[in-house]
Write a protein that binds this ligand. Structure first.
Ligand SMILES: *[C@@H]1O[C@H](CO)[C@@H](O)[C@H](O)[C@H]1NC(C)=O
Length: 284
């Protein structure tokens, strides 16, 4: 069997399926010849500026792993997974009660085509057994923040969600627009295996459909096409945003963050494809 990107639209035309079947909007998969320091300077993969602690550089907040350790969407093209790390110094601007470091696609300036039409966002997340999260806290791992910073149109969280009674904090919980607080999908956050997500975001119809798999399995839909207000454009974030506990009022400023933080999450297979014609890669 030919290893190829499965594409719903072109699936009846196998000769077109080989290599890249769907047109890419951005590609966050990292060539094996790149080093963490390449992300300290302008590059065509991720912003060298945002989001990182004051005075820090991305080479101190990123750890590149061998390509062989990648998600199936990385291994397919020999790309390296990347771990995003936080420490006590991961204080972005004046947000003294948050610890955060996030990768933003270089081409995603908040008003670009990645938040127009119909796009499918791919990413995979893996725990680091050596740098575990503290599940007493809430974390945002992947989100779209609107251009006016007023909401997240979707957000993948883990840990103890603030304002909720989280039954099992060791869960990946994907929420729709925070204005509605709709839980789109949740699944156990299992050690030692990549959790592969694809989100088809329809910026015209204002819907979201979630596809998911673990490890090397092909993605499968885990939701219907759900109403979800994805309007407002903005930027996609991939990383670790750790919220405080016990914060009152503005939690960017108030709440507890115990020190000696050494935490990280491993990302693979970050890319976005154009699904205006129904194209979506369910397997590499
Ligand atoms: C995890 O966070 C809680 C709440 O901030 C804190 O009390 C606890 O000491 C932390 N655990 C570790 C291992 O850091």
């Amino acid at each position: 069997m030919v290893s190829s990107r499965f594409c719903l639209f072109f699936s009846l035309i196998p000769s077109l399926v080989a290599a890249q079947a769907c047109q890419l909007q951005f590609d966050g998969r990292i060539d094996a010849d790149l080093a963490a320091a390449d992300f300290d300077v302008p590059n065509d993969i991720f912003s060298e500026t945002f989001v990182i602690g004051q005075g820090l550089v991305f080479s101190k907040a990123l750890r590149l792993l061998p390509a062989a350790a990648g998600s199936s969407f990385d291994v397919d093209i020999g790309a390296e997974p990347v771990e995003v790390l936080i420490s006590d110094d991961s204080i972005f601007q004046d947000q003294v009660a948050f610890r955060r470091a996030e990768l933003l696609p270089a081409s995603n300036d908040g008003a670009d085509a990645s938040t127009q039409g119909v796009k499918t966002l791919h990413f995979s997340v893996l725990k680091d057994a050596v740098r575990p999260l503290n599940l007493s806290h809430e974390y945002q791992l992947v989100f779209l923040e609107s251009q006016d910073f007023s909401t997240n149109q979707f957000v993948l969280k883990t840990g103890s969600i603030l304002g909720q009674n989280t039954a099992d904090p060791d869960t990946l919980q994907l929420f729709g627009n925070l204005n509605d607080g709709q839980l789109l999908f949740s699944t156990a956050f299992t050690a030692g295996v990549f959790h592969n997500f694809a989100l088809t975001l329809d910026f015209d119809q204002l819907t979201t459909q979630v596809f998911f798999s673990r490890g090397g399995d092909a993605l499968a839909s885990v939701t219907d096409v759900l109403q979800n207000d994805v309007s407002g454009q903005g930027q996609f974030h991939f990383g670790v945003l750790k919220k405080p506990v016990g914060g009152v009022g503005d939690i960017t400023q108030n709440g507890d963050q115990p020190d000696a933080i050494n935490e990280g999450i491993i990302f693979g297979g970050i890319f976005q494809e154009d699904s205006a014609d129904g194209c979506i890669s369910l397997e590499p």
